[in-house]
Design a protein around this ligand. Structure first.
Ligand SMILES: NC(=O)c1ccc[n+]([C@@H]2O[C@H](COP(=O)([O-])OP(=O)(O)OC[C@H]3O[C@@H](n4cnc5c(N)ncnc54)[C@H](O)[C@@H]3O)[C@@H](O)[C@H]2O)c1
Length: 317
């Protein structure tokens, strides 16, 4: 099987390409236009795997030959910062919508199956616990980013009707955990960075006691491996969520490991979300398991930063 991973140098992709557990894998196309400059994600890739790096844009014609030669495509390339997506609506339109459409049509045309990472942010604001049966009209995206994920989900359903596309959609919780291409702008990782560099933790005013879904990076990569290895492309949506937590829960874990941290409250464009919890039973029923914890992930990041910060060295990590 030949695999293509777009956006492969990012937070999720850089871990995935080091942890592939897929039988009969022949070639792995790594497609990333380096928009986010994560060259270092190409360092020290595992030996024994036939990687082919292609620094192309998903909107460029070059992508056609890559998809032509791939059996499965994991489409991680996107504008991914929900908070900043308010000021980047055109870019979100271009990459997350037009880019996905281009890639998905090519997949349908060439018989390549597609794994699309949507987001639990499509649920947006729910008064209760939700699962994949939440009706489409009750999804409440709160940002151009989350809108683009709903667009993507609808598009893939249409292309399966129109062109026979085979796909699976993951609604992934906010990722926490270390990879060489990791980002620090989402909740857990941002708090860990701030705390470990001696800065106050900045929490959105409305968010402190609200529950939200999170996904450990190891669990996310495990889920991708699981679905691809079992060739599970059933045109359905799966929540990929390790745990639902409040910001307070996360900060309590950080406090135990980095004593004396300060918390300050700030405004955010995404202020009107309510607390919501997302169930992962549908993925569990397939035999998928979740193992990551915020505390272990935190300690891994602290160990990585240890020699960059004498304060951390004083903490037992
Ligand atoms: N990280 C999360 O918390 C999270 C949660 C839910 C869903 N997701 C989704 O998972 C996917 C991957 O997320 P991530 O956190 O690894 O993102 P990331 O921003 O870390 O990585 C995205 C990668 O895509 C590349 N890229 C962007 N535009 C491109 C283009 N036009 N052509 C080629 N490459 C391009 C970037 O250079 C970057 O390396 C995204 O679709 C994201 O929306 C992420």
């Amino acid at each position: 099987m030949n695999l293509c991973v777009t956006g492969a140098l990012g937070h999720i992709g850089s871990k995935l390409i080091r942890s592939l557990q897929i039988p009969n894998l022949e070639k792995v196309y790594i497609v990333d236009n380096l928009m986010t400059q994560r060259y270092a994600s190409l360092f020290d890739l595992p030996a024994g795997m036939d990687f082919v790096f292609n620094g192309t844009d998903i909107l460029s014609p070059e992508i056609e030959t890559v998809i032509e030669d791939s059996d499965v495509l994991i489409h991680l390339a996107a504008v991914t910062d929900a908070e900043r997506s308010f000021g980047r609506a055109e870019e979100v339109e271009e990459i997350n919508k037009k880019g996905l459409e281009k890639v998905a049509r090519l997949c349908a045309d060439r018989g390549c199956s597609l794994l699309f990472p949507s987001s639990t942010s499509v649920y947006g604001s729910q008064s209760e616990v939700v699962d994949e049966t939440c009706p489409e009209e009750e999804l409440k995206p709160q940002s151009p980013y989350a809108d683009s994920k709903i667009f993507g989900e609808r598009l893939l359903a249409e292309l399966s009707e129109e062109m026979g596309l085979k796909y699976v959609i993951f609604r992934i919780g906010t990722i926490f955990g270390y990879s060489i291409g990791m980002r620090f702008h989402t909740a857990v990782n941002k708090f860990v960075w701030q705390a470990s560099t001696g800065k106050p933790i900045t929490v959105w005013k409305t968010a402190f006691n609200q529950k939200r879904p999170y996904c450990g990076l190891g669990d996310c990569v495990n889920a991708i491996n699981f679905f691809v290895a079992n060739y599970h492309f059933d045109n359905q949506v799966y929540n990929i969520v390790t745990v639902n937590l409040t910001v307070q829960d996360i900060i309590d874990v950080i406090k135990v490991n980095i004593p004396g941290i300060q918390v300050i409250f700030v405004d955010s464009p995404i202020m009107n979300q309510l607390s919501y919890e997302v169930l992962n039973e549908k993925s569990l029923s397939l035999g998928l398991t979740y193992h990551d914890t915020v505390e272990e992930s935190l300690l891994i990041v602290l160990r990585k930063l240890r020699n960059a910060n004498t304060q951390i060295e004083r903490i037992a990590v």
